[in-house]
Design a protein around this ligand. Structure first.
Ligand code: FES
Ligand code: FE2
Length: 381
């Protein structure tokens, strides 16, 4: 666990100071979920400095395929070059700053053409053509390439990091791809079955917090509880990611589970949450992108071997279980918690943990909050 690496000024709230020991610590003071200045610091220190999930290699399967996204409030794009290399760039033209691409798809031109004055970029980012610039003095096209963004790929999942000084992906996320592929060995060859977007009225951390504990599952997700055994089979913890393995019960309609079928859950700093539900091959990837201090743009990408969810009844059952039950239940919960965090009647609570880190423990919640504090401390470092 990435603790004790640097002495921190730990925040004080109405019930005391946040501590390194989850058994004694009060939770993060509510201002961490409501304060604009803290949100801006998170943007600088977390979202623009961390390895953030943006998609899967299936999204850029062929040369010229691209997708755009927003990471740390910065428009960016990912494109596959004619040399087969997948690259990421800030999605901004170096002439006068127009955005270059929108959405996702296959380029119809040989390069990336700016819609404003038609500067043309090669897929490696080099400026290939800039109309009517022949007469300019001291204009060197090689100085106007697209600004690159660091990229890392694990188990077919694409991550980017906006920080030119970022620690290498292999270092920060070491073992993550291997861990996923140990359980889902073909996942890098899977394709998108469903891509969903939810605009949630809650700070991004409230949504990640909720994913990081199973304490609420029997109460808030009665139908999911019928599928899952309340026992953790395996827990793996690395500085930037964690993995939990549970097992299923039988009997959820449509899933036709063999008792003991595995259910996997991964969490990666800062806002990637993934699960693989029992009963079919699937990876459900949730990304809780911040969209203002009290709003979160949750994107859900479901990957499967066959892609089309509508053709596979088991996949439909997984999708319905996820979408119509427990994600809807969770959205209602987190929006309520956000309203509560804004209430004058709440500042801090407690992490509910035990020494054995049993299935209901909120230890990962504390892990997440510790990383937030450590990242924010970098502001003064
Ligand atoms: S802003 Fe892109 S070509 Fe002018
Ligand atoms: Fe939940």
């Amino acid at each position: 666990m990435n603790r004790h690496t640097r002495p921190l000024e730990l925040p004080q709230g109405e019930r005391g100071r946040f501590t390194l020991d989850p058994m004694t610590s009060p939770t993060l003071p509510s201002r961490y979920y409501t304060d604009e200045a803290i949100y801006r610091a998170e943007m600088r220190q977390i979202h623009r400095k961390s390895w953030c999930y943006v998609g899967h290699v299936c999204d850029v399967a062929e040369p010229g395929m691209y997708f755009t996204d927003v990471v740390g409030e910065q428009p960016m794009l990912v494109v596959k070059g004619h040399d087969g290399e997948i690259r990421a760039f800030f999605n901004v033209c170096q002439h006068r700053g127009h955005e270059l691409l929108q959405g996702r798809g296959q380029l119809k031109t040989k390069g990336i053409s700016c819609p404003y004055h038609a500067w043309l970029y090669r897929l490696d980012g080099a400026l290939a053509a800039a109309p009517m610039t022949e007469h300019l003095k001291s204009f060197d096209k090689s100085q106007y390439a697209l600004k690159p963004i660091a990229i890392g790929i694990a188990a077919g999942l694409i991550f980017v990091n906006l920080d030119p000084k970022a620690a290498p992906f292999s270092e920060e996320m070491g073992g993550f791809g291997e861990n996923i592929e140990a359980f889902l060995p073909e996942v890098a060859s899977w394709v998108v079955a469903e891509r969903l977007q939810y605009d949630i009225k809650a700070n991004w951390k409230v949504v990640v917090d909720n994913f990081s504990e199973a304490y609420h599952i029997p109460i808030a997700h009665p139908q999911l509880s019928r599928v899952l055994e309340q026992e953790m089979m395996e827990f793996v913890e690395r500085p930037r990611w964690t993995f939990n393995r549970f097992k299923s019960k039988e009997g959820f309609p449509g899933l036709e589970l063999t008792p003991g079928s595995p259910y996997y859950a991964w969490q990666a700093w800062p806002h990637l949450c993934m699960l693989s539900l029992p009963g079919s091959d699937n990876l459900v990837v949730l990304r809780m992108a911040p969209d203002g201090v009290t709003k979160c743009a949750e994107r859900v990408d479901i990957y499967t071997p066959a892609g089309d969810a509508t053709k596979d009844p088991k996949m439909l059952a997984v999708r319905d279980l996820f979408m119509h039950m427990f994600n809807i239940e969770d959205i209602s919960i987190v929006e309520s918690v956000q309203r509560g965090l804004q209430s004058m009647g709440f500042d801090q609570g407690r992490y509910v943990c035990d020494e054995g880190n049993s299935w209901f423990s909120e230890i990962q919640l504390h892990w997440l909050h510790w990383q937030v504090l450590e990242a924010l401390a970098g502001e003064d470092a």
